[in-house]
Design a protein around this ligand. Structure first.
Ligand code: LLP
Length: 429
């Protein structure tokens, strides 16, 4: 469920009227609900902790979904660890007060500098994806007089996900070392001075709304744990990645329960039973996805013989998911439509100079007019975190709501800041 609902005819985030945020902060703007973030983290953490022995299940929130400091702090206060994929993310997790021993560093291409930073910071675990990275990590850690704990990310050759661009577990995808290689890499690692291999990691994709593909991949991992132990290797940890999906295409006022989370946790319990490993989880979207909306204002109507375009002040640089993955986001008008509201089929588009800047086509919405506010729902994950300044538009601001309070947790960029990012070469200055 989430905490966006109509009160007195106006859409609220918890107890804050979105029209007030629009008036005071301007649009477009992302608005997040603390209560929803907390609820989803708690639901997930409780479910996976219930199926593992005490202290043996660890949740590392995948901050690529939403790296706002306010969001990270909210989760940190609940005891969350963080899954990071760049030095910037490691730094941001630390800046949010996440203890280094709760930080995992994943990713296909970590540089020497990034590994050095992470090892020096004393993070919990590096998820190694290539043989070259194994060597580099050992070299970097040894040069710092350290031995970094790490796991091998294995490609299970089982891909799943809501879109081809977010499937990662197929052998056609760039992620992880192959099953056949892990034993040899383990043996090699045993002779390297700067790493201690603690186990395995897997992540098969994102926006997965069933448990069967996870189960197939995890069963393969469980068998691999047995094989590796049989060869005398130490496998104490199994990081099961993220990927659990959320409902995007649901009617207004929906309240999806925790069924999928519970089914997932039960499945994990079944598949890992008796393995005696520490389990890691890296959920991103599930925690923040429907905890956020993108609030935007209608600029213009553009009626055409065959279409009705609704031009809003948000664009693909603010929310790229529809353009990039054909993603569907519910659209709710901020002013609650009356029961007799006339429905119009709109193509909702942003101001950017390419046709791809289209949020949806032919969507039935209550008739709207310039200056009306609408909300793209379920935009808390991979919304602001994928935003850019394309078309020299200001980086979109973010607001965090808690009860009847709200705070701007990322102010709208200023034009001075935008232009100030560039430097003229001496010969043009
Ligand atoms: N762990 C690893 C290693 C990952 O690559 C990802 C996501 C996650 C965890 C978190 O997955 P989640 O629980 O959020 O599904 N931008 C796309 C999604 C890309 C996901 C990339 N990896 C979108 O907007 O749908």
């Amino acid at each position: 469920m989430h905490h966006f609902a109509y009160r007195d005819g106006s859409l609220h985030a918890e107890s804050v009227d979105l029209s007030r945020i629009a008036a005071e902060v301007g649009t477009p703007v992302y608005v997040y609900s603390s209560a929803t973030i907390e609820r989803h983290y708690t639901l997930f953490a409780q479910a996976v902790k219930a199926i593992a022995p005490e202290g043996k299940a660890h949740v590392f929130y995948a901050m690529k979904a939403n790296g706002n400091l306010g969001v990270l702090k909210t989760l940190g206060a609940l005891g969350a660890g963080v899954d990071t994929v760049s030095e910037g993310e490691v730094r941001k997790a630390l800046a949010a007060g996440i203890p280094p021993e709760k930080i995992v560093f994943s990713g296909v291409g970590k540089s020497e500098q990034e590994l050095r930073f992470a090892v020096e910071a004393g993070i919990y675990q590096v998820n190694i994806e290539t043989e070259g990275e194994l060597d580099l990590l050992s070299k970097v850690a040894a040069s710092l007089g350290k031995r970094q704990e790490a796991v091998f990310r294995v490609n299970p050759d089982i891909g799943a996900g809501g879109h081809a661009k977010i499937t990662t577990g197929s052998s056609e995808n760039k992620f992880g070392v192959s099953f056949e290689e892990v034993g040899r890499l383990y043996a090699r690692a045993a002779n390297l001075p700067g790493v201690r291999i603690m186990g395995l990691a897997v992540h098969i994709g994102s926006q997965i709304r069933e448990t069967a593909s996870f189960e197939a991949a995890y069963a393969k991992m469980a068998a691999l744990v047995g094989d590796l132990r049989g060869e005398g290797h130490r496998v104490d940890r199994l990081d099961l990645g993220g990927g659990l999906g959320i409902p995007y295409d649901v009617p207004q006022h929906f309240d999806h329960g925790p069924e999928l989370i519970e089914a997932y946790a039960a499945m994990v319990g079944r598949v890992t039973k008796g393995l005696d490993v520490e389990l890691g989880f890296e959920p991103g979207r599930l925690i923040v996805g429907n905890a956020g909306i993108l609030l935007t204002r209608v600029l213009h109507l553009n009626p055409r013989p065959t279409k009705q375009f609704l031009v809003v002040d948000a664009a693909m640089n603010d929310l790229v998911r529809p353009a990039m993955y054909e993603a569907y986001h519910e659209i709710w008008p901020v002013t609650e439509p009356g029961a007799d509201a006339r429905a119009v089929a709109y193509d909702v588009v942003g101001p950017i100079c390419e046709s791809g800047d289209t949020f949806t086509t032919g969507r039935e919405l209550p008739a709207l007019a310039p200056d009306d506010l609408i909300a793209f729902m379920t935009a808390g994950a991979y919304g602001a975190s994928m935003s850019s300044t394309y078309n020299q538009r200001l980086l979109v601001p973010e607001v965090l709501v808690k009860g009847d309070q709200y705070a701007v947790t990322r102010p709208r960029q200023s034009y001075e800041e935008l232009i100030g990012m560039d430097r003229l070469p001496g010969w043009l200055a």
